[in-house]
Ligand binder design. Structure first.
Ligand SMILES: *Cc1c(COP(=O)(O)O)cnc(C)c1O
Length: 404
């Protein structure tokens, strides 16, 4: 397609032509995005939207942060890719940043969240293999969890609709009820290699783990020499007001998976482990792109900006404000039956499917997303201000009023 065609293309044409050639794995909203700036998005007709989705918890810094952009452009001018058979300074720095922020000792960089989970699963299996000298391990995962779409991650994803058509999946996955410590305990056998959970279940409807659950699992893992794997792909990287959500519970996992906001829009993920859990050695795991200097430059810029903009303090402040304001919304409507979450990952549960409310909000210039059929999930850029919360609340309540 030529540049001039690009200019004259209408949203309708773009959607039609896309639908003719793209695989139908998503039911897309009828918007064609053109650009982003701060916490706003613009469609190709120039209409402005307030964004409370951030590409699903990706754009922590908002759109087009200048220093992030400059760091990527500078790296682009030097070197974008080099094999993992060599070293680079950006990778060294990114590995130092991730280990320091997470309290882990070693990190492996991937290109996506699901690959990070794959790496965590392989770590658990290898750890067990080293210990027992046999390969028959099990992983306890949670009902209603979400860990990604590749076959290993799908195997530990406890949501039937994602799995059903693709079975048989990898063996050894055992499911327990989230926030039910006794159920998890009852599923432990001498084959259990790891317990895997999201610190806050994101896709499943924004369900934070209880303190008893997280600390109880830490204790069980210590007692049985089982790896505790926390998937912080959605709730990590500052979203709860701490760098990782597990800090709010005073525990440290043996393995953590990270992605979404790690590159703030450049595709990158990671799994990090303690020294003890770092069971993967040369030959066990690899990736062509993972850890390339371009992605690492983005990661380093993200960590620099987190510090410079004091993102964590900001999320604590504006997250508490969002919580107060959503509580008021909940009190106002009988059809809202739950409000959960912390920092800038919160959910409102309705007694009806939320699809129509979201469509109305989009018409009114507010981007929202669901988490399950009945929950509206709020995962805005971490740089939003109170005034953006106020604007969101006005548009949200107008949308609820119009639909209900
Ligand atoms: C998004 C997500 C994933 C998968 O990440 P992808 O980059 O889409 O593969 C895994 N776990 C959690 C908790 C997520 O939110």
């Amino acid at each position: 397609m030529s540049k001039s065609e690009d200019k004259s293309l209408t949203a309708k044409e773009c959607m039609q032509r896309t639908e003719e050639v793209i695989m139908h794995t998503y039911n897309r909203y009828p918007i064609v995005w053109d650009k982003g700036s701060g916490v706003d998005l613009y469609d190709i007709e120039g209409k402005k939207y307030l964004d409370f989705v951030s590409g699903i918890a990706v754009h922590a810094l908002g759109y087009e942060n200048e220093k992030w952009k400059t760091a990527i452009k500078d790296q682009l001018d030097k070197l974008t890719h080099i094999s993992n058979y060599y070293y680079s300074v950006p990778m060294m720095q990114a590995a130092e940043n991730v280990t320091k922020a997470s309290g882990m000792d070693r990190v492996f960089f991937t290109n996506s969240g699901t690959e990070a989970v794959e790496g965590a699963i392989k770590t658990a299996r290898k750890y067990y293999y080293n210990k027992k000298g046999k390969a028959d391990s099990e992983i306890i995962a949670m009902d209603h969890s979400f860990h990604g779409r590749s076959l290993g991650s799908l195997s530990v994803t406890g949501t039937k609709k994602y799995r059903e058509a693709f079975e048989p999946l990898i063996g050894g996955a055992v499911f327990a009820t989230y926030n039910d410590l006794e159920d998890v305990r009852s599923k432990i056998t001498d084959k259990t290699a790891a317990i895997l959970l999201e610190t806050i279940q994101g896709e499943g409807g924004v369900y934070p783990a209880t303190k008893e659950f997280i600390t109880g699992i830490r204790k069980l893992c210590d007692e049985h020499d089982i790896l505790m794997i926390l998937d912080e792909i959605q709730c990590g990287m500052g979203r709860t007001g701490t760098m990782f959500a597990y800090e709010n519970y005073g525990v440290k996992p043996d393995v953590v998976t990270i992605a979404k906001a790690l590159g703030c829009g450049i595709p990158v993920g990671a799994f990090a482990t303690t020294e003890k859990a770092a069971a993967l050695v040369a030959g066990d795991h690899g990736t062509t792109y993972g850890g390339n200097p371009l992605a690492m430059a983005a990661v380093n810029a993200v960590f620099d900006q987190f510090e410079e903009l004091q993102i964590l303090e900001h999320v604590k402040m504006v997250g508490a404000y969002l919580f107060e304001q959503l509580e008021l919304v909940k009190e106002k409507y009988d059809c809202i039956i739950g409000h959960r979450g912390v920092g800038l990952i919160q959910g409102l549960e309705f007694c009806v499917p939320v699809g129509d409310i979201i469509k109305k909000a989009i018409e009114g210039g507010l981007i929202l997303i669901n988490a399950g059929a009945d929950v509206i999930r709020f995962v805005p850029p971490l740089v939003i201000e109170k005034e953006h919360v106020d604007e969101m609340i006005r548009k949200l309540t107008a949308s609820i009023d119009a639909v209900m």
